[in-house]
Ligand binder design. Structure first.
Ligand SMILES: [Zn+2]
Length: 338
C-alpha cells in the first residue's frame, strides 16, 4: 500500500481548509443577507423565520442551504415560482470567496488562525456596510461600531499576543496613523471644503442671497426698495433651506475609513481611498454617459460607501505591499559619483 507523500498530504490539508473556509463563508454570507435587509429597517435579526418575499410562504430548512439551494431551485420560490433575488447568492458566494482569498493570502500554518479569522470578521462587516449604503445611502451605526471594535481588538491582540496573532506586520503606530490618515482629510473635504465650494461657487441661491444681504445692510430703514428685496431674499433662503446642507461625504464614510485605517494601517487605508476614488469617478462617468443617451435626469449624488468597502477589501490583501512598492518607486537611488 502506498502512503501519500508529505507534499501530497500538505496539499490535501490546504485544499481541505479552503473548502471548509468556503462553506463557512457562504453560511456567514447567508446571515449577512439577513443583516443587509433587516438592519436598515430596524427589524430584529433573530426573530421571524425566513419567508418568500412574494407569497409569504415560510422557507423550509432544506431550501435555506446557502448558494446550493438557490442554484437547485434556479432562483425561484418552491411554492409560487416567483424569482428570488440574485442578491442572495451574490452576497453568499462573495463572502465565501473573500474568506478563501483571506486564507490564501495568509498562511494558516505560518501565520496561525487568529489574524485571518479577525480579517474575515472585518470583511463580513464591510460587505454589510457596502450593500446597506448601496441600497439606502445610509450605514447602520451598529455595523460601524462593530467594525471599529474588530479593528481595535485586532490591534490590541497583535500587540499583546504577537506570537499567537501573526502574519500582520501592522504596528499600533501604523494603526493609529491609519485611523486619521484618510478620515481626517475626508472630514475636512466633506464637511468644510465641499460646503464652502457649494456656497461660494456652485449654488446661485447662496450667491444671490449674499448679494442681497449686503445691499440691505447699506440701505436705510425707510428705503422704498427694501420690502421687495427682502421678499427676494426670503425666496432664496427658502430654496437654500429646501436643498439642505451639502456635504462631500457622509459621517459614515469618515468612521468607516477611521476603522479601516486602524485595522489595516495607514498604507492600506491610503490605497483603499485611492482605489475608491478611481472606481467612484469611473462609476460617475458611466452614469453621466448613460444619462446623456437617455431621457432620464442628470447624475444625482450616489453612495460612496460601496466603493470604499471595495477599496478596503482590496487593500486588506494587497494595500501595504502596493504602498511599499510605490514608496520604493518614488525613492530614487543615489547616483554613484563619476
Ligand atoms: Zn413564493
Amino acid at each position: 500500500m502506498d502512503f501519500p507523500s508529505f507534499e501530497e498530504g500538505l496539499t490535501g490539508y490546504y485544499i481541505g481548509i479552503y473548502i471548509i473556509v468556503f462553506l463557512f463563508g457562504i453560511t456567514i454570507g447567508s446571515f449577512l443577507n439577513v443583516c443587509i435587509y433587516r438592519l436598515p429597517v430596524g427589524e430584529s435579526l433573530t426573530k421571524k423565520n425566513s419567508h418568500c418575499m412574494t407569497c409569504g410562504t415560510p422557507i423550509k430548512w432544506y431550501d435555506l442551504v446557502p448558494v446550493f439551494s438557490w442554484l437547485f431551485l434556479r432562483g425561484k420560490c418552491r411554492s409560487c415560482g416567483e424569482k428570488i433575488s440574485g442578491r442572495y447568492i451574490l452576497v453568499e458566494s462573495l463572502t465565501g470567496i473573500l474568506f478563501v482569498l483571506t486564507f490564501l493570502r495568509f498562511d494558516v500554518i505560518a501565520d496561525g488562525l487568529w489574524y485571518p479569522a479577525l480579517l474575515c470578521l472585518f470583511i463580513a462587516g464591510l460587505i454589510v456596510i457596502g450593500f446597506e449604503d448601496y441600497d439606502t445611502q445610509e450605514m447602520t451605526v451598529g455595523v460601524l461600531v462593530y467594525l471599529a471594535v474588530i479593528a481595535a481588538l485586532t490591534r490590541i491582540l497583535t500587540t499583546l499576543l504577537p506570537t499567537a496573532v501573526r502574519g500582520c506586520d501592522i504596528t499600533v503606530t501604523d494603526g493609529l496613523i491609519g485611523m486619521f490618515a484618510v478620515s481626517v482629510p475626508f472630514l475636512i473635504f466633506g464637511f468644510v471644503l465641499t460646503p464652502l465650494i457649494y456656497s461660494f461657487i456652485i449654488s446661485d441661491d447662496c450667491k444671490s442671497a449674499r448679494k442681497i444681504k449686503k445691499r440691505l445692510k447699506k440701505m436705510s430703514e425707510t428705503d422704498k426698495e427694501r420690502p421687495k428685496l427682502q421678499k427676494e431674499l426670503d425666496k432664496h433662503l427658502a430654496a437654500i433651506e429646501k436643498t439642505g446642507p451639502v456635504y462631500g461625504f457622509g459621517m459614515g464614510d469618515v468612521i468607516l475609513m477611521a476603522a479601516g485605517g486602524l485595522m489595516l494601517g495607514w498604507k492600506a487605508a491610503v490605497v483603499a481611498a485611492f482605489a475608491a476614488i478611481v472606481l467612484g469617478a469611473l462609476y460617475a462617468a458611466v452614469l453621466k454617459i448613460k444619462a446623456a443617451h437617455s431621457d432620464c435626469e442628470s447624475v444625482k449624488a450616489f453612495a460612496f460607501g460601496p466603493f470604499l468597502t471595495v477599496g478596503l477589501a482590496f487593500a486588506s490583501f494587497f494595500g501595504t505591499h502596493l504602498m511599499d512598492l510605490y514608496i520604493d518607486f518614488l525613492t530614487v537611488p543615489a547616483v554613484p559619483p563619476m
